[in-house]
Structures are given as C-alpha cells and as structure tokens.
Design a protein around this ligand. Structure first.
Ligand SMILES: Nc1ncnc2c1ncn2[C@@H]1O[C@H](COP(=O)(O)OP(=O)(O)OP(=O)(O)O)[C@@H](O)[C@H]1O
Length: 260
C-alpha cells in the first residue's frame, strides 16, 4: 500500500508589518442599475496570498478587472504598488501590468505558438530586450519553476489541462511580477491536478515572495493557498480572516461558504 500523503498545513497569516502592495479602498462599481461593488475595501501585503471568495455573480471578476484598470471604478480608489490606477495613462498602465501577472481562467495560451514562443510573448510585448541566450535562460527557468522544462518545444494542444495551467503560470512568472492575480486557478481541473496547482501557487509564493490575489470557488484551493480569506457579499468585503477563523464563525452568511 502507498503511504498516505503528508498533510499540507494551511498557510499562516502574513506578518502584519509587511508592506501593502495592493489597496482597494471603498470601491463601488455598477452596470446600469446593477450595483456590483459597494464600498468594497481590501489590502494585500507583500508575500501574502489573499483569496476572494464570493458566490457566482458576486463581482469577483469585476474586482480583478478594476484592479488591472480594464474597468473604471465609479467611486473609491485602487492603489497598486503605490500607484493610483485611475490616474495612469495607457503607457503607465502598461508598465504596471508588467509587474502584475494575471493568470486567466482560460489560460489564454496562443494555440499556434510553441510553449517557448508563448513564454517569450510577454517579454516582447513589454519591450524587454534580452539576448537570445538570456531569453532562453529565462524561458527555461520559468518552465523549471512549474516543473515542465521538457515541454519547451511542444504546442499547447499537446498538453493536458493541468500542464496548460502550469505553462500559463510560467508565462506570468517570466516577468517576475510582484503581484499575481489568479482567476479561478483550479476550475475545470480534476481534484489531483487541482491540488498540484494549489501546491504550485504556494511554491511560487515561497520562492519569489510574490503577493497574490486569488479568486476561487474551490474550498480546498482556499484552504491550501490563502494566508487570508476575504468574503465578497452584497458588493462589500463582508468578513476577512484566516480560513480557520472564518470556518469557525457562527454568522450564517459566513458559515454557508464553509458548510460543504
Ligand atoms: N461588462 C459588463 N457589463 C455589464 N454587466 C457586467 C459586466 N461585467 C460583469 N457584469 C455583471 O457584474 C456582475 C458580477 O459579475 P462577475 O463576472 O464579476 O461575477 P463573479 O463573481 O466573477 O462570478 P463567477 O464566479 O460566476 O465568475 C454580474 O451581474 C455580471 O452580469
């Protein structure tokens, strides 16, 4: 019989003294009469993984789009790495996006490009010039970080769903971002592959000291990756705490997320 896997401890909260890298302050956002975010506030500290948990349609994707400046906010302020997102022009926003990796739920790999070309894309997109030797080193390092060095000349169609997710993460890592935004990183993956991705998110955090905002419905992903969990309910940050703290809550609005 195989030995039982070692239990994975939930991450501890980040030290309260760590620098704040992302602030969402009293942000409101509506589409017509649909008020999605109402005075939503949240902070992420350096080296911390914060998971935003909310029901379907609660506004999690809208929040991420506001953070990366894809959607303007109606009120409030979003500050990323000390910069007020609303005041940035196109060029400044582009520079900021080089420091903020975004892992799409769909992975958004280019199917007609090899893995190597997919990873080179963000370097060229942000006009980061390296010699071919340096580029090769960066690509190989990013692939090693996700455990897929051997896929460098493969096409995305030749990879499994979990592998494509890893390649998408490697493509984010190649820019060595300060912050990574993960949109539902384990959705559509089988449970074993999903836990591997959770583990990888922790490894990236530990190796690079990256801060992450993770949107997830998957309670195992929340438990295994979050230093802190923020609940998005009725457009507000309803509650925050460690997974264990929120799970122990007797408030019905909090408890329903943890009752599975
Ligand atoms: N561009 C848009 N125009 C109009 N309404 C929008 C737009 N984007 C999002 N919405 C609305 O905002 C609300 C929140 O959507 P959002 O995609 O953020 O939810 P979510 O919490 O990410 O849900 P899910 O977990 O199902 O992906 C929904 O009512 C949606 O219809």
């Amino acid at each position: 019989m195989l030995p039982a896997p070692a239990p994975v401890a939930a991450p501890a909260p980040a030290p309260a003294a760590a620098e704040i890298v992302l602030t969402v302050a009293n942000v409101s956002k509506a589409f017509g009469t649909n008020q999605v975010l109402r005075n939503f506030s949240l902070e992420v500290r350096r080296g911390e993984n914060v998971v935003v948990l909310g029901k379907s349609g609660a506004g999690k994707s809208v929040l991420i789009k506001c953070i990366i400046g894809l959607l303007p906010v109606d009120a409030g302020q979003i500050t990323v790495l000390g910069q007020d997102v609303a005041t940035l022009d196109h060029a400044a926003l582009d520079q900021l996006r080089a420091k903020v990796g975004f892992l799409f739920q769909s992975n958004a790999l280019y199917d007609s490009m090899t893995v190597r070309e997919n990873l080179l894309f963000p370097l060229r997109r942000h006009w980061l010039t390296h010699s071919p030797g340096e580029e090769d080193k960066l690509v190989r390092q990013a692939l090693e970080d996700v455990g897929l060095g051997h896929t460098i000349d493969m096409m995305p169609a030749e990879l499994s769903g979990g592998m494509r997710k890893r390649i998408a993460l490697a493509r984010t890592l190649i820019l060595q971002p300060d912050i990574i935004l993960y949109d539902e990183p384990t959705t559509g993956l089988d449970p074993v592959t999903a836990r591997e991705i959770d583990q990888l998110i922790r490894e990236v955090q530990q190796k690079y000291g990256t801060s992450s905002l993770i949107i997830s419905h998957d309670m195992n992903c929340v438990r295994l990756t979050a230093n802190r969990v923020a609940l998005l309910v009725d457009g507000r940050c309803y509650a925050q705490g460690t997974y264990a703290e929120l799970k122990a809550s007797t408030d019905p609005a909090i408890h329903e997320f943890f009752s599975e």
